[in-house]
Unconditional design. Structure first.
Length: 331
């Protein structure tokens, strides 16, 4: 399938493939028809994490932030020469950066490497020399959004934010909700569909390092509000907007004997075909290529044969994949 490449594409142009997992049916619709596919008693759970300017340069070295850790350090992935215009898999490996190395990203922003992962020398934890407002100001001054070679132009930071973005936690955009703008949300409310939020630190989707890519998704932090727990308890059906929401809700429930508990934690849960879900009944997701971890997660909602048929249909119908692409609703 082809990738969506234009960040100027309007939400009204986004297509939606409705997959009825029970009946085995596929239905094409515009994304704006989403409210008509849901009804009173349904609950949409959104990831309200804002997207960080998570790509930083230290000379020829690119550092992509992969999430803040407890205690204030950051997990990061190192890339060699080049930039987003070169396919991630074709980028040369970076030079080895040992623990104790000092990285300077520009005026007022520098960090020290605290440790190097045994999974890959490209995965490190680092600690910025700056803290508080000085750190955030410098990060937004020097950083850029993470992006990939299938895009046709540099992304401005505002192009990778959802319409309801709040705290800057995400390394990459929680893109399943990108087309969920206020006219659609208002129509959902009119139909009695409830909306709740959680915050999940969506991580990097690819690194070009086979060992590291095999370990994705890395453990990611999330915060689940009490109001969302109560909304889930009242709902007839819970529809997660994006794979990050599924991982947060199901990871939380697994940690607490099947029941949700409000609070902040992290999840390393990997979901795929055959995974038993205790909270989520459906998913609104971007279109994903078969063979990816995101596509594998959809196997918890529909049988592989149906998903393969949906993927073939989507390709023939010209659906676009990745964060600027089209959407699918699996119920």
């Amino acid at each position: 399938m082809k990738a969506g490449t234009d960040f100027r594409r309007e939400p009204s142009q986004v297509k939606l493939l409705h997959v009825d997992a029970r009946a085995g049916r596929l239905h094409d619709a515009p994304f704006t028809a989403l409210p008509e596919l849901l009804g009173r008693g349904d609950l949409l759970v959104l990831n309200d994490a804002a997207t960080l300017p998570a790509s930083l340069r230290a000379g020829a070295l690119e550092v992509r932030l992969a999430g803040e850790l407890e205690g204030g350090a950051w997990r990061a992935v190192l890339f060699g020469e080049g930039d987003w215009r070169t396919d991630t898999d074709l980028r040369p490996p970076p030079p080895r950066v040992p623990a104790g190395a000092h990285l300077r990203f520009g005026e007022g922003l520098s960090a020290t490497v605290e440790s190097v992962s045994t999974v890959s020398p490209r995965l490190v934890s680092l600690r910025f020399d700056e803290t508080g407002a000085a750190l955030w100001s410098a990060l937004y001054r020097h950083g850029r959004p993470v992006q990939y070679a299938y895009l046709d132009a540099p992304l401005p930071l505002e192009a990778v934010q959802t319409g309801y973005a709040a705290r800057p936690w995400a390394s990459e955009m929680p893109s399943a909700g990108r087309a969920l703008r206020w006219p659609v949300l208002a129509r959902l409310s009119e139909r009695g569909v409830a909306v709740a939020t959680l915050t999940h630190a969506a991580g990097l989707s690819a690194t070009g390092d086979p060992a590291l890519d095999a370990a994705l998704p890395l453990p990611e932090r999330y915060e689940l509000p009490q109001a969302t727990v109560q909304a889930v308890q009242r709902a007839n059906r819970v529809i997660a907007v994006g794979t990050t929401v599924v991982r947060a809700l199901e990871g939380n429930a697994k940690s607490h004997g099947g029941a949700l508990e409000a609070g902040r934690a992290q999840t390393d849960l990997v979901i795929g075909p055959g995974t038993s879900l205790s909270v989520v009944d459906g998913i609104l997701s971007g279109m994903h290529q078969p063979g990816t971890s995101h596509f594998s997660l959809l196997g918890a909602f529909a049988k592989p044969q149906l998903l393969d048929r949906a993927a073939s249909h989507a390709e023939a119908a010209g659906y676009l994949i990745h964060e600027l692409g089209d959407s699918t609703l699996i119920l």
